[in-house]
Design a protein around this ligand. Structure first.
Ligand SMILES: C[S@@+](CC[C@H](N)C(=O)[O-])C[C@H]1O[C@@H](n2cnc3c(N)ncnc32)[C@H](O)[C@@H]1O
Length: 284
């Protein structure tokens, strides 16, 4: 088949039935909501994957990924469909709160020999957990020698590989306050690498928020920002009690600017201001 024929088959629009099947699968696998208005976006994101695996059009892709033989492909489909936009020190008011209210008692505890655990759930390419690590080290450089860890998790293995690489463009690091760049970034030609003392505080792990969470200990702080916005309401509602359970008593939860804890879970949290919460104790 000539290249032109392959390309025109690839560009044939996805049938409504094929789009419906992909959209249902994305919801079941990852909680993602893909209404018909997102069909063009879905098609353009999946076309690249189509070329990688040598399938001729999106209708065949839909059949394949929904079949038993296509189970392994679902992970790649979800990777293609997730939105991975992130920035260093995104929603800077959360970082001000982290510095002024959240970290001081945690730093005291770490200095007294206790452990501190922070989770960036849906961490994308790593800017969020690295920003948290920079904020911790800025507040107390000795945290590099204490029992402090930041877990960065995401459903998307491709984006996690980028997070592990810890290498960013000049434009990407522009959100890092200038006074932190000298200590926490290393220039590498055209790009910048997160300094080793920052990277050492962070561990990455592939984790689908809809599935069981294998972590055993509780977290002092959870950032889950700009993640649940892509989920349907029942999925969002199911997550708030699970985050509450994963938090230590009084632990902090930060969500994205357009996200809110569902009404049926507000009794589990105390509002601490703009999109910031603390886990309420037993009985609310
Ligand atoms: C827009 S990014 C947010 C990144 C970062 N939290 C921030 O606010 O800058 C959303 C991330 O959520 C991840 N994600 C989507 N569905 C997920 C799921 N079911 N489980 C875990 N992560 C998921 C995506 O792969 C993506 O990297």
């Amino acid at each position: 088949m000539s290249e032109t024929t392959v390309q025109s088959a690839e560009l044939r629009p996805m049938s409504e039935e094929a789009f419906g099947a992909i959209s249902r699968l994305a919801r079941v696998e990852a909680g993602l909501v893909l209404p018909p208005g997102k069909a063009t976006m879905v098609q353009s994101r999946l076309r690249k994957r189509l070329r990688e695996i040598g399938l001729k059009d999106l209708n065949s892709y839909s059949k394949y990924v929904c079949s038993d033989e296509g189970v392994a492909e679902r992970r790649f489909m979800i990777s293609a469909l997730t939105t991975n936009v992130s920035h260093f020190f995104r929603e800077s008011h959360h970082f001000a709160m982290l510095r002024d209210r959240v970290l001081p008692p945690l730093i005291d505890r770490a200095r007294a020999g206790g452990r501190v655990r922070i989770w960036s759930a849906g961490c994308s390419s790593g800017q969020e957990p690295y920003s948290i690590a920079m904020a911790v080290l800025q507040a107390a450089p000795d945290m590099a020698q204490r029992d402090v860890l930041i877990l960065g998790s995401d459903i998307d293995p491709k984006i996690l590989a980028m997070a592990e690489e810890a290498c960013y463009s000049g434009q990407q690091v522009s959100g890092i306050p200038p006074e932190l760049r000298g200590n926490f970034l290393q220039e590498r030609g055209d790009s910048y690498r997160v300094a080793p003392q920052v990277a050492r505080l962070v561990r990455f792990r592939e984790l689908n928020l809809l599935r069981p969470w294998p972590m055993k200990g509780q977290f002092d702080v959870i950032f889950c920002r700009n993640v649940v916005i892509y989920f349907d309401q029942p999925t969002q509602s199911s997550l708030w009690p699970r985050f509450h359970q994963a938090l230590a008593p009084g632990g902090w939860l930060f969500v994205g600017h357009s996200e809110r804890i569902s009404d049926d879970a507000t009794h589990l949290y105390l509002s601490m201001g703009q999109t910031a919460y603390r886990a309420a104790g037993p009985g609310g």
